[in-house]
Write a protein that binds this ligand. Structure first.
Ligand code: PEP
Ligand code: MN
Length: 355
């Protein structure tokens, strides 16, 4: 299903990414106001602050709830920034609208739950002009992410965007949530008009990773960034390690290279046509390789031989990884590639043998 979309309507400077910034949580009126004023002084126009906080374990700070909503209203009145918060239930939507919240985001845990998404879509139908940004689900499931967007769109919400915040894993790793860039890239391919906002704070989980992750998002043509910023990051009540001061955020943003998405320079077209030609050659070669496989399949059938011969398979994999390494290709990549090619060759030979 195609999505019917309208522009998000958030504040944005010409040819610059949309920037949304603010603390993970609205902790106190003073923390919200100080952070907001500092951000506004640096030119930020879209403010975020979590009022209801989904926490992995009970006993953590779960947000101030309704009490914090007048603080966001005050931010809007005093700084002119658009204000946003996370909504997870119809009641949140109703309260947020009562206090004039301008736009919403849906958290990763909520996107993963179709019942919760449907209830939210029905509630947000009363706020059709507000932008709604949908974070990716915690698990790397593109269909679930698209499904959540479709539910909102079917309810009449057209100012839709996606937030890429990375995917949970069990393993110890560099990132708090694995970026798995191929998923937002595929989302972009499937729904080209959908704005994508990068969330380096929740991907990285550490402030040192904010700058490179912002740049990676922009390099992929993302339309904006949502970054957690706090007047005193180390004292934050949630996500302290990943928050940056408004001043540091401003510095990080000033170093970003915003790439030109639309104009294809001549050199780029030339390189792209070379790539296209190579891809054609690769397809051609693969087709010839499978043809050979089918011949081998016929031979094995005629001589009553098995399709799988493990020594041959191991030799082939080792040789390809080693040759790949010599040419500067990552051995893990070569292994994956040849596993895939081999799997298809076996499938084709089995077809011949069973004919
Ligand atoms: C947040 O934005 O503060 C948040 C809770 O994010 P996520 O849903 O990505 O964990
Ligand atoms: Mn957070």
């Amino acid at each position: 299903m195609e999505l019917e979309l309208l522009p998000l309507g958030l504040s944005q400077q010409d040819n610059q990414p949309i920037i949304i910034a603010g603390p993970c949580s609205a902790e106190t009126e003073e923390q919200v106001m100080t952070t907001a004023r500092q951000l506004a002084d640096k030119g930020c126009k879209n403010f975020r602050a979590g009022v209801w906080k989904p926490r992995t374990k009970p006993g953590c700070f779960e947000g101030n709830g309704e009490k914090a909503l007048p603080w966001l209203k005050r931010v809007k009145d005093e700084t002119g920034m658009l204000v946003s918060t996370e909504v997870a239930t119809p009641e949140h939507v109703e309260l947020a609208l009562k206090y004039g919240i301008d736009f919403f985001w849906i958290g990763a845990r909520t996107t993963a739950n179709p019942f919760a998404m449907q209830a939210l879509a029905d509630a947000l139908a009363d706020a059709k002009d507000c932008a709604v940004l949908v974070k990716n689900p915690v698990n790397p499931d593109l269909e679930l992410w698209i499904g959540a967007l479709q539910r909102l769109n079917q309810a009449g919400i057209k100012r839709l965007g996606a937030i890429h915040r990375g995917f949970s894993t069990y393993e110890q790793k560099l990132y708090r949530n694995l970026p798995m860039w191929q998923i937002p890239i595929e989302l972009q391919r499937r729904i080209p008009s959908l704005p994508i906002i990068g969330d380096p704070s929740h991907i990285g989980g550490r402030r040192e990773l904010i700058a490179p992750l912002c740049q990676q998002g922009l390099d992929l043509g993302f339309d904006g960034l949502i970054v957690e910023s706090h007047c005193k990051p180390d004292e934050a009540w949630s996500d302290a390690a990943q928050q940056v001061t408004p001043e540091l955020l401003d510095y990080i943003l000033s170093l970003l290279v915003v790439r030109d998405k639309k104009t294809t320079r001549e050199e780029l077209s030339r390189l792209r046509s070379l790539i296209d030609e190579m891809d054609n050659n690769l397809i051609d070669l693969l087709a010839k390789r499978f043809q050979l496989c089918r011949k081998i399949g016929k031979f094995k059938k005629a001589h009553n031989m098995t399709v799988l011969q493990s020594t041959r398979y191991n030799e082939m994999m080792e040789k390809c990884s080693a040759q790949g390494s010599l040419c500067g290709i990552d051995p893990v990549f070569s292994k994956h590639l040849f596993e895939l090619i081999h799997e298809e060759s076996v499938r084709q030979q089995l077809n011949i043998i069973n004919q």
